[in-house]
Design a protein around this ligand. Structure first.
Ligand code: ADP
Ligand code: F6P
Length: 325
């Protein structure tokens, strides 16, 4: 029989992402609308273990939908990978009356949620990461904002690159995944995009491409390099030496994680927050919310963690075609 949930906890875990506040707001307000109490857990699983738990009401989430970051703050907590601390986390939830929990984060955070579910706390995960590297979903909170932020920054680098007739290597985030790089590759019309999923270490091909471009009168050459490949500074030195074209590296870094979320991130994060609460109210547990084939859906966490997704082959192809014709 479905267990009735009375008090819903919410936490953010792992790297922050713009739109997490919209999800927190939705969890709090949807839960209140359904007659539930809500508690916020600060600093992810680290804060749970330290009992950093606060009562939340509709007013606690006023004025946050447009703000980047997470008002609950976030952390990485290595001890939570150990059974002893997972049990302690579940006991702390029970002590504070939290019988349903919404975890906003990535795959690692979902594994923590799964462990809490095994210890009797109904849990639902919401995908929150700028990296888009969660296999069960085509959308993760923060990706859209991060891509737009990176796109704007790359446009600016391109202006100065053109003035100085340089090659620019611009490194974008994404951990081991190349989604931000690929989207910027298309959105910025970059000459080359280096994706961890496809990288063949053929620097000579880059060198030839730059020299060919010069012969055709190109005034800049933008290479978007994914963090998963990295080494942009040393790559720039080698490319400059091999081509004779002045080359600079820019690493965009944490600016990609901040800023006011786009409309898409606000709306999708709000929808996911409400859906997570609705699932808890239906007595569901050990599930994650996702977006696939144009619909918001939910999966068993075990199933979600075993799924695999690939970079979109057609996007990779058009990204290459559009910069090489
Ligand atoms: P993300 O959630 O973005 O993938 P991490 O991989 O850093 O980020 O995980 C965030 C947090 O989730 C970790 O610091 C840890 O507290 C928790 N976590 C990660 N892996 C596990 C696991 N195997 N079991 C329990 N908790 C985990
Ligand atoms: O997962 C989000 C992310 O920004 C990755 O793109 C990056 O690899 C990592 O987090 C950086 O983590 P930190 O904030 O700990 O430097």
């Amino acid at each position: 029989m479905a267990k009735e949930v009375n008090t819903i906890g919410v936490l953010t875990s792992g790297g922050d992402a713009p739109g997490m506040n919209a999800a927190i707001r939705a969890v709090v307000r949807e839960a209140i609308a359904k007659g539930k109490k809500v508690k916020g857990i600060r600093r992810g699983y680290a804060g749970l273990l330290e009992e950093e738990i606060i009562d939340m009401n509709a007013h606690s989430v006023s004025d946050i939908i447009s703000r980047g970051g997470t008002i609950l703050q976030t952390a990485r907590c290595l001890e939570f990978k150990e059974e002893e601390y997972q049990k302690k986390g579940a006991e702390i939830c029970k002590k504070h009356g939290i019988d349903g929990l919404v975890v906003i984060g990535g795959d690692g955070s979902f594994q923590g949620a799964q462990k809490l579910a095994n210890h009797g706390i109904n849990t639902i995960g919401i995908p929150g990461t700028i990296d888009l590297d969660i296999d069960c979903t085509e959308y993760t909170i923060g990706f859209d904002t991060a891509v737009n932020t990176a796109m704007d920054a790359i446009d600016k680098v391109r202006d100065t690159s053109t003035s100085h007739e340089r090659c620019s290597i611009i490194e974008v985030m994404g951990r081991g995944a190349g989604y931000i790089a690929l989207w910027c590759g298309i959105a910025n019309g970059a000459e080359d995009v280096l994706l961890p999923e496809r990288y063949d270490y053929d620097e000579q091909a880059l060198v030839n491409h730059i020299i060919d471009g010069r012969k055709k009168g190109k005034q800049h050459h933008i290479i978007i390099n994914a963090e998963g490949i990295g080494h942009s500074a040393s790559m720039a030195k080698r490319i400059e030496a091999a081509t004779g074209v002045e080359t600079r590296a820019s690493i965009l870094g944490h600016m990609q994680r901040g800023g006011s979320p786009t409309a898409k991130d606000r709306v999708y994060a709000s929808t996911m927050g409400c859906l997570a609460v609705d699932l808890l109210c239906e007595g569901k547990s050990n599930r994650v919310v996702g977006y696939r084939h144009g619909e918001f859906v939910d999966f068993d966490i075990d199933e979600a963690l075993s799924m695999k997704k690939e970079v979109d082959e057609y996007q990779v192809k058009i990204c290459h075609d559009l910069s090489n014709s």
